[in-house]
Design a protein around this ligand. Sequence first.
Ligand code: 13P
Length: 253
Amino acid sequence: MNTKRKQIFAGNWKMYTTQREAVNLALGIAEGLQKTDREIVIFPPSVYVVCVKAACEGTPIKVGFQNMYFEKEGAFTGEIGPLMVKDTGASYVLIGHSERRHIFGETDEMIHKKVVAAIAHGITPMLCVGELLEEREAGKSESTVETQIVKAFEGLTAEDALKVVIAYEPVWAIGTGKVATPEIAQSMHAFIRKTLQTLYTDTVAETIPVLYGGSVKPDNIAGLYAMPDIDGVLVGGASLKVQSFLDIIRVAL
Ligand code: 13P
C-alpha cells in the first residue's frame, strides 16, 4: 500500500452466479460497504453486467467486463465490443486474464489490441499478467511478466499508459489456495514498476496501480496489502461471498 496511488479492490466473479445471485451479491456488498476512498470494482459475468450495474446505482461500486473484443463492431459472432461495454455504463474491463491466455489461447498481440481499444473508448483496462508454475520453477517469472507488459504497452504514449491498471496474478496461485507470500508478490510488483520505469518514466512507474491476485482471502490480505508496491487486490473465489469480500475490503479502511 502506498496511499499516493489509487487503491483498488476488485472481485472477478468468473463464470459463476445466476442472475439473482449476482444482483444479491452486488446489493450485499453495497449495503455492507462503509465509507471508503478505495475503488471497489466488480466483474460479473457479462450477461449480468446491466442488472448488476442497476443494482449498484447510487453506490460507489464500479462494474466491469471480464473480457472484450478489440474491434469496434462487426461480424464477430459471440463477441462483445467496446461500444457495447461503454453502452452498459461499465467502466473497467479485465484484459488478458490468465484463463483467457491459457484456456482460450489469447496472445500478447490480441491483448495489446484489447488494451488499445479499451483506452480508445474510455474504458479502464485492468491488464492481467503472471507466470505459470513451470516458468517460476525455471527462474523465468520476471522475463515472462516483462514480455507480457512490454507487448501489452507497445506504442502506448505515457499519457495512455497512465490509464492502465495492472493485476499481477501468478497462475500457480489462481484458484489453488497457494497464495504468493507477501515477499514474492512484493518482489514481482517492484519488478513490474521497474519495467514501467524502463518503458516510460519514474512518474508512470510510480503512478500505475498494481494489484495482486491469486488465492486472496480475508486471512491473508493484511500481509499482502502491507507491502509498499501492492495497491489492492483482484479476488476470485473469495469475492463470491458478501462477507468474505467485505472482510477483504475492510483491511483497507
Ligand atoms: P482466486 O482468488 O479464486 O484464486 O482467483 C484469482 C483470479 O483469477 C482473479 O482474477
